[in-house]
Design a protein around this ligand. Structure first.
Ligand code: GLC
Length: 745
């Protein structure tokens, strides 16, 4: 985001008193003050209580000052408005609609004269619901990600929100972790590209234009490395791993101008992120130059007491603000205890002022001082719900991943389809964690509705739940007249997301009996797998004739999935995580560090030879690897090469569509440093390009990888050494022909 330092700022430099008055009021275009002058002018007139109020995000519903609830679920009592006037809080969390937004903003502007940031989790849905972020990451499509965020921004404003707690940038290597659903998968490059695109979409080129909202990169940092894949659990990492795997997406978000950053709940190497100045100051502020605002996670300041690093709220607040937290979410120790901690010299006034500056700067950057209210009519003019639902359908098409197809897809006509499983007829289960729960915004977009809309001859029988018993005879009876069977598998989205880690990745209930029953009849089986995480389904993979991994595809999900199954659309998605063979192989990720005894597989030892890095009972390889996904056509790679050219290594090859249908291939570049001071990942994704090819068409593809992206961290320094690299230009992280290049100096 470009913060223009306006030439007219000089006008504010002369005569601070006069300038302070000028800079304190909504700015006439003729003599605009620059943001820093306006921040200083506002800060200079605040009392200590008003300053501390800016550092608290109160909850619409549960705040101490909130009113009792009324029929709408939210009330704004006179007491609540009075607290807004007094500047008791600087922000609210929740979406209360435009009317309440304007009412509380009016009180704040008439009183303390500082508008409120009003934040909510517009993660992948506002009014329109898109696929969960992990699904969206499988689109490998920067343009799509940016378009979705841009479409969500005005919808969010129309719901009374000017700040979203998105993008979630936690690289996740362990599918047991419930929040893998919310991020960009297992790779820092891809997660960073997705995060930056979402920031650009939400914030736009001009964050202050009244049609965009502030973004929040979270959860800073390495939340996805929670021990045991169990949410909120401790994280212990080597600094090099922090810097190579978990920090890069946040650096990309800061470079994209992300307005705010949210530290994570967990402890990092013994110190909770909310009290970790190494993370919040040394890296985020000093190294990255972040000048926006940090906000704690929900009650995370209070949780410093539960982490036994603070004896009470006063100590927790002092720890947090001294470590670099600017605003406290929901718990109110900042406004309630910092005055006393300042008096005792435990917290410096400068620390408080700097936090207030960060909050005010964010509000000025968002233009809230100049336009604190939402013009509902105006903002709704820019919302095209039909277009947004079409975008959600496009996203569902592009997020699902075709993992297996023995030729039965796309569905041929005529063919009588038997569709099975409760999830195949359940629109709510398409939504996923962090989605709006208002089904009125959806077209009841179940897989059944999608198939019918696409003209399929389909008979639906719910028949079984994903977690319950299966009546095999009933399955066989239901499919007796069918030419092909489509059955829903996987897990319910409530078993993913925050606080929902699992100890088993295998398919719950008796789902496999459905596949076995279909198999016994000899009818072809298309398995559509739903859920908010990668799951372990080797048995299903062996029985199904085709597998479409659907994730939670959003409010138009069933339509998008049907478009792919019927061939109206080509399969587009590629995995952004490994699909594990078993829970026990987790954390399971493509970029694992190479060992001195790599597992070697052969006919005699299909699970790996003795005395190698293997499991006796299961191959340690992915069932389906990162980057993998099928199309309805096939591609051939040839003439792969890597050439050092200036500051880049340029990877080139020819890709040919060797099938009979159009398709787009995601050409991926992986590298391995052959000799380094530390052990290196077996492969690291360094670039990719999507290429569309007509049947028989060949295109030359060129992917430039900056040489300075080939370094690694050792002894606290980013190190790039001359040497030899192996590279693969490939369709996934397990395949490709190795080629070599040298960085000479
Ligand atoms: C939650 C989540 C965070 C979310 C916040 C506000 O506990 O950790 O991702 O933005 O609270 O709802």
């Amino acid at each position: 985001m470009k913060h223009l330092i306006l030439a007219a700022a000089a006008s504010c430099a002369v005569g601070v008193a006069a300038a302070a008055t000028d800079c304190n009021k909504p700015q006439a275009a003729a003599t605009p003050c620059d943001i820093e002058s306006r921040v200083e002018a506002t800060l200079s007139r605040l009392t200590l209580d008003e300053k501390l109020g800016q550092l608290w995000q109160c909850h619409w519903k549960t705040a101490k000052v909130a009113a009792s609830e009324d029929a709408s679920g939210l009330a704004i009592s006179e007491k609540f408005l009075e607290n807004a006037r007094r500047g008791r809080f600087g922000s609210l969390i929740g979406k209360a609609g435009v009317e309440k937004y304007n009412a509380v903003q009016k009180a704040a502007m008439e009183g303390v004269g500082i508008p409120l940031l009003i934040g909510h989790d517009m993660i992948h849905s506002a009014t329109t619901c898109y696929p969960i972020p992990l699904a969206l990451s499988c689109a490998w499509d920067v343009d799509l990600w940016e378009r979705i965020a841009a479409a969500m921004a005005p919808e969010s404003i129309a719901l009374g929100v000017n700040w979203t707690f998105t993008p979630m940038l936690d690289v996740a290597l362990d599918a047991r972790w419930g929040r893998i659903a919310e991020g960009g998968g297992a790779d820092p490059l891809l997660t960073g590209l997705m995060g930056a695109a979402l920031v650009r979409g939400f914030q736009g080129e001009n964050l202050a234009d009244g049609r965009h909202i502030a973004a929040c990169a979270k959860h800073y940092v390495a939340y996805g490395a929670a021990q045991g894949g169990r949410d909120y659990n401790k994280v212990e990492l080597a600094d090099s791993t922090l810097r190579e795997t978990y920090l890069p997406p946040f650096k990309k978000a800061v470079e994209a101008g992300c307005a705010t950053i949210m530290p994570a709940f967990h402890s990092y190497n013994g110190i909770p992120c909310s009290a970790n100045s190494y993370l919040l100051k040394d890296i985020l502020r000093t190294e990255y130059g972040f000048d926006g605002m940090t906000i704690s996670d929900y009650n995370a300041v209070l949780e410093l007491i539960r982490h036994n690093v603070a004896a009470d709220g006063a100590e927790a607040a002092a720890l947090a603000i001294n470590a670099g937290i600017d605003m406290e979410m929901v718990s109110s120790f900042f406004p309630d205890t910092l005055k006393d901690s300042i008096a005792k010299g435990i917290v410096d006034m400068k620390t408080v002022d700097d936090a207030v500056r960060n909050v005010l700067r964010t509000k000025y950057r968002l233009g809230l001082f100049d336009h604190p209210y939402i013009d509902e009519g105006e903002i709704k003019k820019g919302i095209d719900l039909a277009a947004n639902r079409a975008l959600a359908r496009e996203a569902a098409r592009k997020s699902c991943v075709l993992l297996k197809n023995n030729g039965i897809l796309p569905l041929r006509r005529p063919a009588h389809i038997a569709l099975l499983g409760d999830i195949s007829g359940d629109a709510y289960q398409m939504l996923g964690c962090w989605s709006t729960k208002d089904l009125s915004n959806f077209e009841n977009a179940t897989l059944l509705e999608g198939l019918k809309a696409d003209g399929a001859d389909v008979a639906y029988t719910g028949l079984y739940t994903l977690t319950g018993r299966v009546d095999v005879a009933a399955v066989k009876a239901a499919i007796a007249g069918a030419d092909i069977v489509i059955a829903g598998f996987g897990d319910y989205w409530e078993n993913s997301g925050e606080g929902n880690s699992v100890a088993r990745l295998e398919l719950p209930g008796e789902q496999l009996k459905v596949a076995e029953a279909v198999k016994e009849t000899g009818k072809p089986l298309v398995a559509v797998v739903f859920g908010g995480r990668p799951m372990a389904f080797p048995e299903l993979a062996g029985m199904a004739d085709a597998i479409l991994y659907a994730w939670n595809p959003g409010g138009s999900g069933g339509w998008g999935l049907a478009d792919v199954l019927t061939g109206i659309s080509e399969p587009w998605g590629r995995l952004t995580t490994d699909m594990p063979r078993a829970t026990g192989t987790c954390p399971q990720f493509y970029s694992r560090t190479i060992t001195g005894r790599e597992a070697r597989y052969d006919a005699k030892f299909p699970n790996g030879r003795p005395y190698s890095s293997r499991y006796v009972d299961v191959p340690a390889t992915a069932l389906y690897p990162f980057g993998f996904g099928l199309a309805y056509t096939t591609f051939a790679y040839s003439n792969e090469s890597a050439t050092v050219d200036g500051d880049n290594v340029v990877f080139t090859l020819d890709v040919k569509n060797t099938g009979s249908r159009h398709g787009t291939e995601v050409v991926q570049v992986y590298v391995h440093d052959e000799v380094a001071k530390t052990v290196r990942p077996r492969r690291e994704l360094k670039g990719f390009q999507r290429v569309a090819l007509a049947p028989g068409e060949t295109k030359k593809v060129e992917i430039a990888v900056p040489i300075d992206s080939l370094g690694y961290w050792v002894n606290g320094k980013y190190t790039l050494e001359p040497g030899f690299w192996t590279a693969w230009i490939a369709p996934d992280s397990d395949s490709g022909k190795p080629i070599h290049f040298e960085i000479a100096k």
